[in-house]
Design a binder for this molecule. Structure first.
Ligand SMILES: *[C@@H]1O[C@H](CO)[C@@H](O)[C@H](O)[C@H]1NC(C)=O
Ligand SMILES: *[C@@H]1O[C@H](CO)[C@@H](O)[C@H](O)[C@H]1NC(C)=O
Ligand SMILES: *[C@@H]1O[C@H](CO)[C@@H](O)[C@H](O)[C@H]1NC(C)=O
Ligand SMILES: *[C@@H]1O[C@H](CO)[C@@H](O)[C@H](O)[C@H]1NC(C)=O
Ligand SMILES: *[C@@H]1O[C@H](CO)[C@@H](O)[C@H](O)[C@H]1NC(C)=O
Ligand SMILES: *[C@@H]1O[C@H](CO)[C@@H](O)[C@H](O)[C@H]1NC(C)=O
Length: 409
């Protein structure tokens, strides 16, 4: 059964493109944040369901170059979200190992951009079960993969990203936050018809960067439809956003403040930006333009997504070195891009034979914690438990502040 898009409540925001402000950073695409630990907080109960699908055309036999001893099932394929337009979204599902709890939750993992692939970033460089070795052809295990404790769907969204496509090319120009939320909702409803054992499973949406827009907007669409139909169509239990873009003006303030507090910018530039830039104003003053340009120059050639990491100096493929999750290779993007363009890999994934790239769009907001803080402050959620460290074993894993999330209930 395929569901056609129904009219949804207008979602919270509606800007696909960043305005002028971020154009100077358009060569970058996505943040490789290491925030998977937040997830543990979210993994609560599910209902007990035992059924596993015995065979499905979407089941992946094995990914080329995958290591021995893979103890979980993988699926990939297309789900049509608009039959008339011929629009289909590509997903990759990794289940948890059969010997782990059978009612592990279902998580939809979304990367940002807008227009960047959750397969290339989320699955292959961040929280998926495999990373690509520097030969661009073989895979190694990620011990910290989220599918150790959950079943994770990586979705390439909207159509035009990665393997997802539309037979109506104008769809690519007309995509926006609202259509993305509706398409993703339609994807989920249709996907659950294919994987019925997940229908009442506890469901979470997680995302980072521009998914700071995607995640709450999808959540709002799900809640609206559950309410409107008097049915728990999708059993949404929670959302997680890491370094998310919630508000553009606030994020820009956070970006430049973060540059200064991390000694990437001079006092002069910092003061100039504070004096001349009103990021809420779409018309940029000349002075502000100069100072933001100066900020960009001062930073130099570093990895803006991980300011303490090395940058990729030699993107060529190298044989013989086995990668490790403990030692992130800054050239990972090149290895992933090579891997996902191997015809046998595209075959194994049931994907179209096509030239795969990480991002279709070309805008990205790098979203520092300063911006997250400013954004959370705007929500005025009310602090339930103040800023405190959380621990993994005896090591500080990070810092957390517990706030009231009435608005989502
Ligand atoms: C897109 O067009 C091709 C060729 O006609 C067709 O096989 C395919 O099913 C279409 N895709 C969708 C999602 O309808
Ligand atoms: C599942 O089995 C594998 C292989 O036997 C083992 O390494 C792993 O620890 C087991 N996981 C759980 C959650 O029991
Ligand atoms: C949902 O429930 C409300 C209250 O019981 C009822 O008024 C409404 O008609 C129901 N809507 C649908 C679509 O069944
Ligand atoms: C926005 O910026 C322009 C150019 O600097 C300025 O003329 C205008 O007054 C500003 N608008 C607001 C609402 O501050
Ligand atoms: C790596 O080794 C394989 C197998 O020997 C060979 O086919 C491939 O060309 C080599 N790749 C590079 C980048 O040297
Ligand atoms: C993608 O693959 C589907 C199914 O294999 C096919 O029907 C469709 O035409 C392909 N789309 C493109 C854009 O190649």
């Amino acid at each position: 059964m395929e569901l056609t898009a129904t009219i949804m409540k207008p979602v919270l925001y509606s800007c696909l493109l960043f305005s002028f402000w971020l154009l100077s950073f358009l060569s970058f695409c996505e943040a490789a944040d290491r925030q998977g630990e937040i997830l543990h907080k979210l993994l609560t109960s599910g209902r007990s369901e035992k059924s596993r699908i015995s065979s499905s055309p979407d089941e992946i036999d094995a990914l080329p170059g995958q290591p021995d001893g893979v103890d979980f099932d993988q699926y990939a394929g297309y789900v049509t979200v608009d039959q008339k337009a011929g629009r289909a979204l590509f997903y990759y599902l990794v289940e948890s190992p059969p010997n782990s709890s059978s009612n592990n939750p279902l998580i939809l993992s979304l990367n940002g951009g807008p227009g960047c692939s959750s397969l290339g970033y989320g699955a292959m460089s961040e929280l998926g079960p495999f990373r690509v070795n520097s030969d661009g052809q073989t895979l190694f295990r990620n011990d910290f993969a989220w599918n150790n404790v959950a079943n994770v769907i990586f979705l390439e969204s909207p159509a035009g990203v990665g393997f997802s496509y539309s037979n109506t090319s104008s769809d690519y120009d007309n995509a926006g936050d609202t259509t993305t939320a509706i398409d993703t909702y339609t994807f989920l409803v249709n996907w659950l018809e294919r994987f019925t054992q997940y229908k009442s499973r506890a469901f979470f949406i997680a995302g980072e960067s521009y998914a700071g827009h995607y995640v709450p907007q999808l959540a709002s669409t799900i809640l609206y439809n559950n309410e409107n139909t008097n049915q728990t169509v999708i059993n949404l239990k929670g959302i997680a956003v890491g370094n998310g873009l919630l508000d553009e003006a606030i994020t820009l303030r956070g970006i430049y403040d973060n540059f200064w507090t991390h000694a990437l910018n001079s006092d002069e530039t910092y003061k100039g930006i504070h004096k001349y830039c009103d990021f809420a104003n779409d018309t940029v003053s000349e002075k502000c333009f100069d100072f933001t340009g100066q900020a960009d120059d001062e930073i130099g050639d570093i990895d803006i997504y991980n300011i303490y990491a090395a940058i990729c100096l030699d993107s060529s493929l190298k044989n013989g070195s086995h990668g490790s999750v403990h030692d992130f290779d800054p050239c990972t993007d090149y290895f992933v891009e090579n891997y996902l363009n191997i015809p046998e890999v595209q075959n194994a994934l049931h994907a179209n034979q096509t030239e795969w790239t990480h991002c279709s769009g070309d805008k990205d907001g790098r979203v520092p914690v300063a911006a997250t803080r400013y954004s959370l402050n705007v929500l005025k959620l009310g602090v339930k438990k103040g800023w405190h460290a959380w621990y993994s074993e005896k090591e500080v894993g990070g810092y957390v502040v517990k706030e009231d999330w009435h608005w989502l209930q």
